[in-house]
Design a protein around this ligand. Sequence first.
Ligand code: G3H
Ligand code: 13P
Ligand code: ZN
Length: 312
Amino acid sequence: MALVSTKEMFEKAYNGGYAVGAFNVNNMEIVQGITDAAAELKSPVILQASAGARKYANSIYLVKLVEAAVALHPEIPIALHLDHGADFDVCKDCIDSGFTSVMIDGSSKPFDENVELSKRVADYAHEHGVVVEAELGTLAGVEDDVNVAAESAQYTDPDQVVEFVERTGVDSLAIAIGTSHGAYKFKPGTNPHIRLDILEEISKKLPGFPIVLHGSSSVPQEYVKIINANGGALQDAIGIPEDQLREAAKRAVCKINIDSDLRLGMTAGIREHFMAHPEHFDPRQYIGDGRKYVKDIVHGKIINVLGSENKA
Ligand code: G3H
Ligand code: 13P
Ligand code: ZN
């Protein structure tokens, strides 16, 4: 199977009551860890690259790494998506260079500007067979180097979604219902809850339309503990409870974005390796352990959060 767009993936996910995981990729071992887990569980998967990832690795390496994963795992559908595209030019660059899906993130702009920008990207993308995700509402946390303070974050207004989708022609919509970016989402002892009621209201207004959740890491405490037991100094924090994400995945949410949890896994594997083997200096040994935890985490997400196993 060649690299696919998310169109058919989302149709199946919507009708089947599950979601497809969108995992951020920055290097070869992360691509391998994610796709090995997805292939083992016969799950579709979205690999997404942020502006930071494209700058770090050089976009062409990421495209080629993902193409390699597609060649090695022809049995599962894999999409390559631009995460948080900031402007038309970055989206165009990705559309022209092999991405099958792009996000235009105009969520910090006034409504009409967000509409205008998202429509311009959607028009260009559709001419080239690429699908587009846009965002309405603002998540707290870090979005592509922009720190969005909790007080300026706002839930998506259900009364705006129909007009937004109709005027832009986008293929999926990221909404803000209480998730947030990064590994420091909520203080321990608090009771995070995502607003499934707002999701429900939005999906009634947009029947059959795929919804996307960003900021959906759960900050697994076992990995935070491994990091801190092996010389790390992460602050205490908790993420989005996995059972709440599972509920969202059963409804209109077709794509769930996870990055921070993979970072925790990679860091835990490497730190643990160095503490156990201070004499090692072969990157294949310690990055290999990081890759193993990335794979374990994705495995767990497919089973416990997404419900996308055996859906390839
Ligand atoms: O939503 C942001 C993603 O976690 C990507 O983060 O811009 O540091 O690559 P990044
Ligand atoms: P997390 O920081 O919760 O992993 O969110 C990632 C994300 O939304 C990427 O777009
Ligand atoms: Zn995001």
